[in-house]
Design a protein around this ligand. Structure first.
Ligand code: FES
Length: 125
């Protein structure tokens, strides 16, 4: 089978879909080649990701990757969440086909962009 059960699960039943109206940080990234776009919203409390939501306009692997990535960073300190790699996302999904690995890269980038946006707004490095 091309996709793991976990990918299918997170694609058909994605976690943390939606937006956060008073988000502390928003990260939006896109892949120019496939045109897919991912947006991550975070709510931060005491330097911990208290809540996280995503909107993904893209392929099934991108949706599964964003769903898994939000699960992986929820409740984590910002510093730890910044270290999330696309490899960790793909592994947590029990793998992605080679030509779909860039979808998990989008998730890594979007999480990082949201955290950086939070730091920017707060005025810290
Ligand atoms: Fe581009 Fe999946 S095909 S994000």
């Amino acid at each position: 089978m091309l996709y793991s059960e976990k990918v299918m699960d997170h694609f058909t039943n994605p976690r943390n879909v939606g937006t956060i109206e008073d988000a502390d940080g928003i990260g939006e990234v896109g892949n120019a080649k496939c045109g897919d776009i991912m947006r991550i919203y975070i709510k931060v409390k005491d330097e911990i990701i208290d809540d996280v939501k995503f909107e993904t306009f893209g392929c099934g692997s991108a949706i599964a990757s964003s769903s898994m990535a939000t699960e992986l960073v929820k409740g984590k300190p910002l510093k730890e969440a910044l270290k999330l790699t696309n490899k960790a996302v793909a592994e947590a999904l029990d793998g992605l086909p080679q030509h779909k690995l860039h979808c998990s890269v989008l998730a890594e980038e979007a999480i990082r962009a949201a955290i950086n946006d939070y730091y920017d707004k707060k005025g810290t490095e």
